[in-house]
Design a binder for this molecule. Structure first.
Ligand code: G1P
Length: 298
């Protein structure tokens, strides 16, 4: 199914960042897990950079108690900048943290009722426009010379309209940790989505293609979320609300041509750190030598 109506551009992105990050305690006792760095950028910065690359400039953070550092990160830091200027240091490194006045909005998710509820908390700011969602735990890195995940999705959206989610294949034993799609017809990197189920038992999973944390959704999802019952884990699930939209609006999955790191897990963070360091000209040689030395000694 393709939507032939004129496409409204994707200008807004919702970042659900209210989670408590218990998997990374004690590191996340006083700082949000989205502020944990992969080398020298906090996780949230990677997601925001990916959004801006895709032409999205209105950022909506769904935060909670103890999460203000994320908003601070994207604010001007007067004392820091003045001191750096006095010392004739370049401010270029801070450029990605600069957001145009009015383009960052924080709303609070007052109770942890699940991802679907977090997205619903942004409904008045999203309004009547299609919008993107980024789960910052999922670090999506473009292949060299290629574009990021959301940019690839926006390009697909411009072709087919409707709703899109990013997917990737995981080993069958892992499907129960994710939202899983029932795949329909495939056209290149696009697969029609004929069903969606959140955290199925392995034997009930319709495929091993999982939702990997990037979405472009039509605003109608907010109305569906409004009446959404609790699902897997006793939480209001975004996947359940999306499942109800299949059939009435186009729904496609995009297989991202690039790499994905699960930074919701400790080993995923280690993998991401190492992989990105090995790609960086300023440190690749040194890190490669360190890794070799450590592997030989272990
Ligand atoms: C959420 C979504 C799930 C998706 C996953 C990706 O689950 O509900 O559909 O596959 O993110 O990381 P969570 O990790 O919050 O349990």
């Amino acid at each position: 199914m393709t939507d032939n109506a004129p496409r409204k551009p994707i200008r807004k992105a919702v970042f659900p960042v209210a989670g408590m990050g218990t998997r990374f305690l004690p590191a996340t006792k006083a700082i949000p897990k989205e502020m944990l760095p992969v080398i020298d950028r906090p996780l949230i910065q990677y997601a925001v950079d990916e959004a801006r690359e895709a032409g999205i400039d209105q950022l909506i953070f769904v935060t909670g108690r103890g999460k203000t550092a994320i908003v601070e990160h994207f604010d001007h830091a007067f004392e820091l900048e003045t001191t750096m200027k006095d010392r004739e240091k370049s401010l270029e490194i801070l450029e990605p943290t600069r957001i145009q006045p009015g383009n960052l909005v924080a709303v609070r998710q007052q109770v942890p009722l699940g991802l679907g509820h977090a997205i619903w908390c942004a409904r008045t700011v999203v309004g009547d426009e299609p919008f993107a969602i980024f789960l910052p735990d999922e670090l999506m890195i473009a292949n060299k010379g290629s574009t990021g995940c959301m940019k690839q999705m926006v390009e697909a959206y411009n072709e087919v309209g409707g709703n899109l989610i990013s997917v990737l294949e995981v080993p069958e034993e892992d499907v129960s940790s994710y939202g899983v799609i029932a795949p329909g017809a495939k056209h290149g990197a696009l697969t029609e989505v004929t069903g969606l189920v959140e955290k199925p038992r392995r034997e009930d999973a319709p495929s091993n293609l999982i939702i990997s944390g990037r979405y472009i959704l039509q605003p109608e999802v907010m109305r569906v979320l409004e009446g959404q019952e609790k699902g897997a884990g006793g939480e209001i699930q975004l996947t359940d609300a999306m499942a109800q939209m299949i059939g009435s609006q186009p729904f496609h999955a995009v297989t991202f041509a690039g790499k994905r790191y699960d930074c919701g897990s400790k080993t995923g963070m280690v993998e991401a750190t190492l992989a990105l360091a090995l790609e960086r000209e300023d440190m690749a040689d040194e890190v490669r030598a360190i890794a070799r030395r450590l592997l030989e000694a272990s």
